[in-house]
Design a protein around this ligand. Sequence first.
Ligand code: NDP
Length: 444
Amino acid sequence: MAFTKLNPHTKHREFSGLPGAIGITIGLPILITFFALVTNETYSLQGINLDIPAIVAQLPQSKQAWIELCFNKSCWIVYLSWFFVLVGLDHILPGKIMHGVELRDGTRLEYKINGMAMSSTLIVLILGRLYQSEGYYLPELQFIYDNQLELTIVTIIFSFMLAVFVYLISFIPLRKPNGFKTNERVLSVNGNTGNPIYDWFIGRELNPRIGNWDIKLFCELRPGMLLWLLINLSCIHQQYHTNNGQVTDSLILVNVLQAFYIFDGVLNEDGLLTMIDVTTDGFGFMLSFGDLAWVPWAYSLQARYLTIPGNEIILGKFNLCLILAIKIIGFYIFRSANKQKSDFRQGKLNHLKSIPTKTGSKLLIDGWWGLSQHINYLGDWLIGWSWCLPTGFQTPLTYFYVVYFGSLLLHRQIRDDAKCAGKYGKDWEEYKKRVPYKIIPYVY
Ligand code: NDP
């Protein structure tokens, strides 16, 4: 295993190293499979008492039945078609070319940003299919609703295989333009331990690509995020066709709020180019599974829960407005705080108070960034609450998202604190004295 100047040996291991990597690789796929088993018409989740034997009884009881579940032909054909049609669209749809941050080999990768064209194409296709349909019945959406467990398994296996693929190609030297001293790929600073399982999990190569097509950026915002949208729509479709054309306000609200979040992400994809996922994290099982399986199947839990007969919730105008207000406040904090930092970094807000650092860049201690070190995380977390509250208080499981996302943000804050302490040294200590709260002002 070669560790070179370009790709130094990774010493620090995230998630407690190998045990954490193995735990997540086994645990999270089981969790989303569990979600599929408790949000269906056979076992409808109610309260906190889980009938484990009844849940497990839904799983195949023989080896043959397991094989049929994992390799369900029609689900594989549908999923592969979905994935590769999106790949094709990504290639042919127009977009603006943007550059990523400078990499350790001095290059800056080109990215095609075509989220707008992709979203418009998908919306036009869905509206076109609805217009053609008889009684607004779309077999594609029904297929998704009827095959949640099978499709969950397909996305897990596919993300596993994709992670193997990108791990293997990370060893193939790249042909670089003349003048480059090395033909090594740029690896992630976190994914070059030399332990194959850990590196496969965390992501060995920083930006795996086939030609100019960037696998990581594509997976972050296309097949999983848009599948999440389709799963949510399939829930409305199901309720509409089984409930005399009626759809509850709670299910509509979850759909609208999450669709807004999905399109906001897809339409602002250039923002991702400077985020830790693209600049620092390698693409391995963690991201592959996260993007392709976890996002669609864990984030759609609320809509799937609300579709099951018996779980319907009518919010009424007051509750609906209250939840909407939480969403608007959360989104306002999230968007304006991120914009303030980005504008400040571009030299646009020089009237705001800041402290200089020895690296040359300043740290903002005013406006949103005077309230806490990651006020934007608070906004994002409030958005998460607005997705869970429409499910009422019948079961804590539908609040899984805010617990999970809260832990993710806490972990991210710790990672970012370590990164900034390393980068800014004493200036970071000074910054933390001036802005003592980490996420929630006056609380934490
Ligand atoms: P931040 O947007 O908080 O960015 C942190 C970086 O900003 C630091 O590393 C530092 O980078 C710079 N910085 C920190 N403090 C200051 C300051 N006071 N003044 C100027 N620059 C500062 O974190 P993330 O990148 O983690 O998150 C970005 C957004 O993405 C957030 O809104 C978050 O909620 C969201 N998010 C969403 C997730 C999801 O799954 N939906 C997951 C994770 C994040 P530098 O080296 O440039 O100084």
